[in-house]
Structure formats: C-alpha cells, structure tokens
Design a protein around this ligand. Structure first.
Ligand code: PMP
Ligand code: GLU
Length: 383
C-alpha cells in the first residue's frame, strides 16, 4: 500500500458536519434504531410532478450528452429572466449553471481567493463557506450575529470593524442557514455601503429566497452600486425539493464568468443535460407547488416554536428557510451527541456553524416526526 502524502489544502478542512451527522443517523437506522433526523437541511416533499416529467421527457428526447459548459441557453435565459424579475440587471451570458449551488460557491471562491486573501463571514454561517475559503487558502474574518438574535442590522458596526481595504470577499446568506434570519433591506444597504467603500466583492447566497414567512427578501445585486460587485448564487434543491438532482447557478458581471468558466470546464464540464431541462420547467411552472411547500414549512415552524415554548425554550423566531437554532448547553457538541445517541434525535451542533451553545434543528420533517423529536429531547432531559 502506498503511503499517500495528502495536500495541506485538504488536510486543513473537516468533512461537512451537516452531511456527517445525517450519515451517522442513517447508520443508526441501518442498525434498526428509529432516529428522528432533524439534522440535514433537505425538504421531505417529492419534486413537483411536472418537473420530474420534464426531466424524463428530456432524457427520452435524447438530451443525454454534454451541454455547452456554462449551461443550455433555455435555462440560462430562464435564470436571467428570474433575476431580472428580482430587480437584478441580469444577462444570460453572465450565468454559469452548476451541479448544485455548492459547486457554484466552490467555483466562485476558487476564482476570487488567493493564499492569504481575507474573506469575511457572518456567524452563524453555513458549514461549507469556511471549508471552501480554507481550501482556497484564504484567511477568515468573522462577525458574530448571535448577540443580535442573528440579525445583521444591529451588527453593522461590528461588520464595519471587520471589513477593511484588505478584505477581498464578504459572504451574505439571506434567508440564512442555520438561523432562518432574513436580513432587512437596511442591513443589506449597510453591506452595500461597506462593500463600495472598501471595494469588496460580495457573494449573495440566495438559495432559501423563496422560503420566507411574511417578509420579502431583497436580492443584494438589485441595490444601487451592487450590480458589478455581487455574485448571486442560487439553486433548485430547496425551493423545488430537488436536492438529489444537483442543480444550481451563479450570476456575476464582467469577467468573472469567463474566469470561473475555466474551472467549471476543467472540473464538472457541465451540469447534467436532462436535469437542466427539468430546471427550465421548475423556473417556469411551479408557483402553486412552491406556495404549498412554503405554507407547510410555515406551519411546521409555528408548531416547532410552540412545542419548544411548552418546554421553556424560546429561540429567536426565524422568518425564512427551515431551521431553528436552539440555545442548548455550552458544550453543544456533547449536547448533540447525547441527543443522537440517547434520545435518537439528530441535530447539528452550533459550533459547526461558528455558534457554540446552540444546536440546529431542521424542521423539513413531518409534523408527527417533529412532535416525536421534541418529546424525546424533553424526555431525555435535554431542555
Ligand atoms: N447554500 C446554503 C446556505 C445551503 O444551505 C446549501 C445546502 N445544501 C447550499 C448552498 C448548497 O445547496 P445545493 O448544492 O444542494 O444546491
Ligand atoms: N445545506 C444543507 C444543510 O445545511 C444540506 C447539507 C449540506 O450541503 O450542508 O443541512
């Protein structure tokens, strides 16, 4: 057996905590244990029927070869139309279609970040941002939103201290994973002012943008001064319950697409051909299905908050996505370990997101399982 000499790049990151815990839950289930899996952020609804049909028809019609690397014109056009409807001055030629939003983020970070470049994250932040920055050799700056109920507006002064002329990139995710916070327009204008002042590029990860409850999210690139410095990232996994299809995209002006396109063409070549055709259907013909899923998520959010309140747990109310951050013990890793091993409820410890003392629950599960999960945590004295 050869002794492999691993790259420093790979050795400096950990596996994805969200996926690792979900795998651990699956292993317990394989041993016959009934686990309430509230760990991974994955809608439990089927993909809308018409989208599945469009994928099958595209396959039957022979759309099974490579596509042009950046994506099929119909999908890039539909994406540009969608972005324009959100107030972004979008052009289909400035879009790259990727196998999932994760790949879009990976390509953007690899394209912009050199060794030692500074990237600022808003904590709690989704687990993969940190890993992607480290893989690219970047240095992390962090602003903690936890003392502000996970909102950005009251943290703008702290953000102003973290962002400087040395900052290359800022990552904004609203609605946010893991908190469900939806940042106000005033907060995003604050981001804009800092980005313009210090000439910083901003990734706006808008993957949960359709999943909001009574608030309208703002697309960062639609703000004056942001069109040329925002990379808008989005995907089909959450809004259309298409996690396994692997489809996402990013849009940015200038040369970003031609530079990132090199990485895209040398790595994934293109997103799966027939999946891209299904994506066109998802963008054009799913309004009712999305509304129904969002309604169900809202009911589940309300249910989870009520059930937690019955046990004296009162997390900040999330306005979007399908996550709640529970305040737990200081040692959140031990809490989550006890939750999965003793109560058989899978959650993600807050430390994985830069939020020690919390655990993330994904309420993308049936009401029955949510009741069962909260009950088990209570029975095991975890509240
Ligand atoms: N961004 C955020 C904030 C996420 O939670 C996820 C979850 N998977 C992604 C991006 C990537 O999603 P996907 O690759 O499935 O499109
Ligand atoms: N984004 C989801 C989560 O946070 C899916 C898993 C992942 O890609 O991290 O659980």
């Amino acid at each position: 057996m050869t002794a492999f000499d691993f790259s420093a790049r790979v050795e400096r990151v950990e596996p994805s905590a969200t996926l690792a815990i979900s795998n651990a839950a699956t292993e317990l289930e394989a041993d016959g244990i009934d686990v309430v899996n509230l760990s991974v952020g994955e809608p439990d609804f089927p993909t809308p029927e018409n989208v599945v049909r469009a994928g099958k028809e595209a396959m039957d019609a022979g759309n099974t070869g490579y596509t042009s690397s950046n994506g099929i014109p119909e999908l890039k056009g539909a994406i540009a139309d969608k972005l324009r409807a959100d107030g972004v001055a979008a052009d289909a030629d400035d879009v790259i279609v990727t196998p999932g939003a994760k790949q879009a983020l990976y390509e953007v970070v690899q394209t912009l970040i050199d060794d030692g470049d500074e990237v600022v994250l808003l904590d709690p932040a989704w687990v993969s941002y940190e890993a992607m920055v480290k893989l690219a050799g970047g240095d992390l700056g962090r602003v903690d939103l936890a003392p502000h109920d996970f909102q950005l507006e009251p943290a703008l002064d702290a953000l102003g201290e973290a962002v400087s002329d040395d900052t290359e990139l800022l990552v904004v995710n609203s609605p946010a994973n893991p908190t469900g916070a939806v940042f106000s327009e005033a907060a995003l204008e604050g981001v804009r002012d800092l980005a313009v002042e210090h000439d910083v590029a901003v990734i706006s990860d808008e993957i949960y943008e359709q999943i909001t409850y009574g608030v309208e999210p703002t697309s960062l690139a639609s703000l004056d001064g942001m069109a040329d410095r925002t990379i808008t990232v989005n995907g089909f996994s959450k809004a259309y319950s298409m996690t396994g299809w692997r489809l996402g995209y990013f849009h940015a002006t200038g040369d970003l697409v031609s530079q990132a396109g090199k990485l895209h063409s040398h790595s994934v070549s293109c997103a799966t051909n027939f999946v891209q055709h299904a994506g066109v259907e998802a963008l054009s013909n799913t309004e009712t299905a999305v509304d129904q899923m969002v309604e169900a998520f809202r009911d589940r959010r309300d249910l989870v908050l009520d059930l937690l309140a019955d046990h004296g747990v009162e997390p900040p109310e999330p306005d979007g996505a399908f996550y709640v951050m529970l305040p737990v013990d200081e040692d959140d890793a031990a809490w989550a370990e006890s939750a999965i091993q003793d109560a058989h409820v899978a959650t993600v410890p807050g430390s994985a997101f830069g939020a020690p003392g919390y655990a993330r629950i994904s309420y993308a599960a049936s009401e029955e399982r949510l009741r069962e999960g909260v009950e088990r945590l209570a029975e095991h004295g975890l509240f």
